[in-house]
Design a binder for this molecule. Structure first.
Ligand code: CO
Length: 298
């Protein structure tokens, strides 16, 4: 990773910190998720950045991958996860925090559990860059279990690459026995804590899409929409909501269905906790370079 790339990662991180601050002040119980999504999206573009993925606004047992459509009337409530992606020239900051919009004390403890797990990993990594993936996962698991909760074991952190949000390796949220160490590169670590059994399943479509195979399509409208997405996002995820705003609600739905059926895009599934218990999430992006750990998103 060269100096210019590091600067891009740092710039994306800096903007992500601003956006998280903005979101914290913006979000109030009962506010439509649609309004929150639209305002955060605008704020990201106002900062001269691109949303590396549509902001995830996931309530309670939905661990991740919720983004409202134009017709969605869901309100901010419960234990809300705000997962933000910022791209500067394809270099990504991926970061998340949780807000409790209820008086429930257990939610607060759940949020602390994922925060502490992440802090413990980052502090340990700063002292010893040679931690194995197993040791990172073990740190997360122990921290969360000590507070009486479970880590979500089939969600994990990941590597980051230019215009790529999920690259190997997976950074586990439990001791998974992988004795590999992190090489130099960019990574996202994202502990999830729950009062449930700690596993997620794939639920309804999220209406967060991604181009998986850029190729031609017959319908002129679908092609126009494809061109818009490809030019702006390449392989980064985008939302049905944005396409609805640009091209009209019904047109966007039909075109995205066509693109999906032609194998050009895919629709991510919502990730839901199996026992339908609330989930908290905290995430930071960091760079490992020459025995140094630089956290870009705090
Ligand atoms: Co992530």
């Amino acid at each position: 990773m060269n100096q210019q790339e590091i600067l891009n990662y740092k710039q994306a991180g800096k903007i992500s910190i601003e956006i998280k601050k903005y979101a914290r002040q913006l979000i109030k119980p009962g506010m439509p998720l649609l309004e929150i999504a639209q305002k955060i999206h605008k704020q990201i573009e106002k900062q001269g950045a691109l949303a590396a993925f549509p902001v995830n606004l996931s309530v309670d047992d939905i661990a991740a991958h919720y983004h409202p459509t134009l017709e969605d009337e869901t309100k901010a409530q419960g234990l809300l996860k705000i997962d933000v992606g910022i791209s500067i020239n394809g270099f990504i900051a991926d970061t998340a925090f949780s807000m409790d919009l209820t008086p429930n004390q257990e939610h607060k403890e759940l949020i602390k559990a994922s925060e502490q797990a992440l802090n413990n990993v980052l502090n340990s990594l700063k002292q010893n860059q040679d931690l194995t993936l197993n040791e990172i996962g073990e740190t997360i698991q122990n921290t969360i279990e000590k507070k009486g909760f479970s880590p979500v074991i089939n969600l994990s952190g990941h590597g980051l690459n230019k215009y790529e949000i999920h690259t190997s390796p997976s950074i586990p949220n439990y001791a998974n026995g992988n004795n590999k160490k992190l090489e130099d590169g960019a990574y996202a670590c994202e502990p999830f804590a729950t009062t449930g059994i700690g596993k997620i399943y794939e639920g309804a479509p999220s209406n967060i899409f991604q181009i998986i195979e850029p190729k031609n399509t017959r319908s002129p409208t679908a092609r126009k929409i494809f061109d818009y997405i490809w030019k702006k996002y390449k392989l980064l995820p985008f939302s049905l909501r944005e396409i609805q705003e640009k091209f009209g609600s019904g047109t966007a739905r039909i075109a995205l269905k066509e693109l999906e059926q032609a194998g050009i895009t895919r629709n991510f599934a919502q990730l839901i906790e199996k026992s339908h218990k609330p989930v908290s999430q905290t995430e930071h992006t960091f760079i490992k370079k020459d025995n140094e750990i630089i956290v870009t998103t705090r």
